[in-house]
Design a protein around this ligand. Structure first.
Ligand code: AMP
Length: 582
């Protein structure tokens, strides 16, 4: 008999606190973003994300509350109150202003999850500049591409990552400063480089925050498309209204919660939910510097009495692989609410949460461009395992056909679309207005995902509508990987696809045709993987390379990745009328 996932989840997933959103239909009917703005105390034109997340709490008498519990990869624990955060971020804002960093300048932060990363990013927001955090596992090439595209004027990094910056700095004409942060350690900055610690020691604790408005730029995250290199999705300070609202009603954050989001700020979840949503709600959050480790993760929940936990399906699958025994040996009874985002969460993952931890994972959907949760399984409603949930109040989501008409029949596949607008939506792709405009058609914002909706309004994910690869919840653009591969002297052409994988959802697989004079060999395969890893970093480089004599192309010369994928999976090849085989 098929397992009734919904029944299993319903029986055990009882709530331990009254949810902030108790009546979905009524909240949706009565929703007003202006009311959220009022709730945040936004009365005049001044909106600054750093002020909302930090200073406001100090002025409202919560300065002594712990904002950040930081746990280092080596086990060190540090705590920072909202007042500590206010001072540190003020100091950094003073450092930046003295260096001449001005409104809308692009400042990159390329660091592991150390406390200074957070101080620096909020300091950037306080001067009104645009913060662009980058994933520390990136190789030099993705860093260079992104800094170039946004004409970044500064990179803030750590001694460990500095060699990657040194490898590319000569190639970045816009770059004025490189700053090096040593967490609780002195750094030896090269001549001309800036030493974070030395500059902070001289800076004042007081700073007058730039009078940013709701539509002023705040943060930029790079996201991959099918063609071209990643684009900088630019967000504005007013997005904090969406972060706050979704923090309160989708993450169900309560004032006394201890929240833990496992995402890195190099990805949008790590800023929207690893910074802005919890801190605009005045909630204490745990930040763990290290990566995945089942035992360590459970220990963190137990040690810090985490109540609300936001993670991703790949991590859940890895926890499942380790079995529920380790979870059961820990005291995880502090947990009240668990969520997942970034990839489809299989019903088995939802149910495993119930079995191992006593709570289901609530799946939700959103993307870099939307800036905040758009679709979610709400705490007050029964979970539909396998579904991403219902549209957030104030958000209109639909399934549309190829003519951009809404499909109203339940369970019909189409493209997932949203009505444009809303505080957290991106406002452009940096210096690529054309591509930005191409995402809006027929009165909809096109998400690039395919999905269906059931009769009760729950959305069910089907897949991407493009060739973008989702590996462990991180999007990888095939073009970026292909470009790195063809930079190798042996490679004539490369086509890159996402190959399904039990753990990471997809892995990056490359098909490579060699130039005349080169022969496929195991040695060359390893060399190409090494070449790609060195340039791109391990999260982006292909895990598999297959040599082929040629790649299927359209008559206009475009590599048909879909065909490569169909062949890889042994699926029907579909319409090949435009195929030009050698
Ligand atoms: P990113 O912009 O990197 O945050 O990636 C966003 C993309 O990840 C979405 O467009 C989806 O393709 C995928 N995604 C995010 N959340 C979910 C989810 N809950 N279920 C399925 N896919 C998801």
């Amino acid at each position: 008999m098929a397992m009734d996932y919904a029944e299993i989840v319903k029986e055990v997933g009882s709530l331990r606190a009254p949810p902030n959103l108790d009546d979905y239909e009524r909240t949706r009917r009565e929703w007003s973003w202006d009311r959220v703005r009022a709730d945040l105390g936004l009365r005049d034109d001044f909106v600054n994300q750093a002020y909302q997340c930090i200073d406001r709490h100090v002025y409202d008498g919560r300065g002594e509350k712990t904002a950040m519990i930081w746990e280092g990869a080596d086990g060190a624990i540090e705590r920072y109150t909202f007042e500590d955060m206010r001072r540190q971020t003020n100091r950094f804002a003073n450092v930046l202003r003295k260096l001449g960093v001005r409104k809308a300048d692009r400042v990159f932060i390329f660091a592991d999850r150390i406390p200074e990363l957070y101080f620096a990013l909020f300091g950037v927001l306080k001067v009104g500049a645009i913060g662009a955090p980058l994933f520390s596992a990136f190789g030099p090439e993705p860093v260079a591409e992104r800094v170039k595209r946004a004409e970044g004027m500064m990179i803030i990094t750590t001694p460990a990552l500095l060699p990657k910056v040194n490898a590319i700095r000569g190639d970045l004409p816009s770059l004025k400063h490189v700053m090096v942060i040593g967490h609780r350690a002195a750094v030896t900055a090269a001549e001309g480089d800036l030493d974070y610690g030395a500059l902070m020691a001289e800076a004042s604790d007081e700073f007058e925050i730039e009078r940013t408005g709701a539509e002023d730029w705040s943060i930029m995250h790079f996201t991959s498309g099918t063609t071209g290199l990643p684009k900088g999705a630019a967000h504005v300070h007013g997005a904090v209204v969406g972060h706050y609202a979704t923090g309160k009603y989708a993450l169900d954050l309560h004032p006394d919660d201890v929240f833990w989001c496992t995402a890195d700020p190099g990805w949008v979840t790590g800023t929207s939910y690893g910074m802005f949503a919890p801190w605009s709600n005045g909630v204490t959050q745990v930040i763990y510097e290290g990566g995945f480790g089942a035992t360590r993760w459970y220990d963190i929940i137990q040690r810090h009495r985490v109540t609300v936990w936001y993670t991703a399906p790949t991590a859940i699958r890895m926890l499942m692989k380790g079995g529920s025994r380790i979870a059961k040996q820990r005291d995880l009874s502090s947990l009240r609410y668990m969520m997942s985002v970034g990839e489809p969460l299989a019903p088995a993952g939802v149910v495993w949460g119930v079995e191992a931890i006593g709570l289901p994972f609530h799946d939700n959907w959103w993307q870099t461009e939307t800036g905040a949760v758009m679709i979610t399984n709400f705490p007050a409603l029964p979970i539909r395992p396998g579904s991403m949930g219902l549209a957030f109040p104030g958000i209109e989501a639909a399934i549309i056909d190829d003519e951009f008409q809404e499909i109203t029949q339940p369970m019909q596949e189409g493209q997932l679309a949203l009505r444009p607008g809303g505080p957290s939506m991106f406002r452009t792709y940096w210096q690529d207005e054309e591509r930005y405009n191409s995402r809006f058609k027929g009165g909809w914002y096109l998400t690039g995902d395919r999905a269906k909706r059931d009769a009760d309004g729950y959305f069910w994910f089907i897949g991407r509508d493009d060739d973008v690869i989702n590996t462990a919840g991180h999007l990888v653009g095939p073009f970026e990987v292909e470009s790195a591969l063809i930079a190798h002297p042996a490679v004539a052409e490369a086509g890159v696809i996402g190959k399904p994988d039990a753990m990471a959802m997809e892995i990056v697989k490359a098909f490579v045709a060699l130039k005349d004079g080169y022969e496929p060999s195991e040695e060359l395969r390893r060399e190409l993987i090494g070449h790609a890893r060195q340039r791109l970093g391990p999260g982006v480089a292909p895990r598999e390379i297959e040599f082929v004599s040629s790649l299927p192309k359209t008559r206009s010369g475009k590599i048909m990745r879909r065909l490569l994928k169909a062949r890889e999976l042994g699926l029907p090849e579909g319409d090949t009328s435009t195929l030009e085989e050698d």
